[in-house]
Design a protein around this ligand. Sequence first.
Ligand SMILES: Cc1ncc(COP(=O)(O)O)c(C=O)c1O
Length: 387
Amino acid sequence: MEAVIKLSQKSQKIDPSPIRAMAGKASKLDDVVSFAIGEPDFTTPPNIVNACIEALKRGETHYAPNKGIELLRRAVSDFYAKRGLSYDPEEEVIVTNGGLEALLLGMSATLDPGDEVIISNPYWSNHREQIKYLDAIPVEVPVYEKDGFAFDPENLKQAITAKTRMIVLNYPSNPTGGVASKEVLTAIAELAIEHDLVILSDDVYECFCYDGEPFSIASLPGMKERTIICNSFSKSYAMTGWRVGFACAHEPVMKMMVKLQEDIVSCIHTPSQFAAAEALNGTREYLDEMIARYTARRRLLVDGLNRIDGISCIEPAGAFYAFANITGTGLSSVDFAERLLDSKHVVVVPGSGFGSAGEGFIRLSYATSEEAIEEGLARMQAFVKEI
Ligand SMILES: Cc1ncc(COP(=O)(O)O)c(C=O)c1O
């Protein structure tokens, strides 16, 4: 339909998410098994829900400070202190509208039009679109299955130009589940220092590192000053609908982020901030339970995929995504996903939706029940036999 009002060039430049597109198609079908959406199937733990109810009962229904309530900023600061990272809760922490707003604020505070920002390919499309939204230029550096989908620092180095301003890191990664080793992060830190670059570290899946503790690039010498950490309660505490995230950055950058917050959303939903503080200050019992479930589901899904002829899948080190190689089936990733949806009502996201280097792969989210994973694998097996 033609718009009566002229639409901005900027809004027309932004591409829609491939994930929502597949889910949209599936919503018109019955008996669907979905591996599409990266959203925990768990509901928010009860202690967190109760903290919100209590806050509401106490009358915590007013605007919060732009940077967030003190209780939550302190909890964030303590969370990093336990990992040897020091962030002043007054000057270096902000509460945001989910991880997404943390990313947007971090980019808005540091990027000018024409600045180049390195992202991986496959990428999470929102990183790319946010960069375009700010009239900066996403520069895609391919990452490979053989490297566990982490950046190869040599390739990263080749992509750096005089205009490069930022590198976006996302480990564990959406869409690949990849995690970068400490060695790779150290090499990236050296490049960042040598070329005076900002690191935007999207850590929203950091609670889900299955093969070791998460490691932050900000903890390397000289890196706190040039790293913006973006994090969220959405995935770790099954709080996608609450819209609470946070960012940590060196004071001068954080000052700008807090200033911009006023003009974007002013502040975050106040009762949700009390809930988020409980997530960090309260029991870890529910988080540990969810991690155990994801660990078991990863096993179930990856083993099941590797049993299907024509499909192979490396062990994703983190998040709740498997990025499976389907080149053995002879189908493109879009053909595979569309035919699987049409014939078996199973939703996966074609890897090409995450960039050219995603061709030959499909992304499967295992934030879904064990029964759904088993049923989806059985249908996929039947589908591959038929093609
Ligand atoms: C890599 C990555 N970063 C950030 C986000 C945004 O998280 P939130 O829902 O907290 O805005 C997501 C959500 O899917 C994600 O996958």
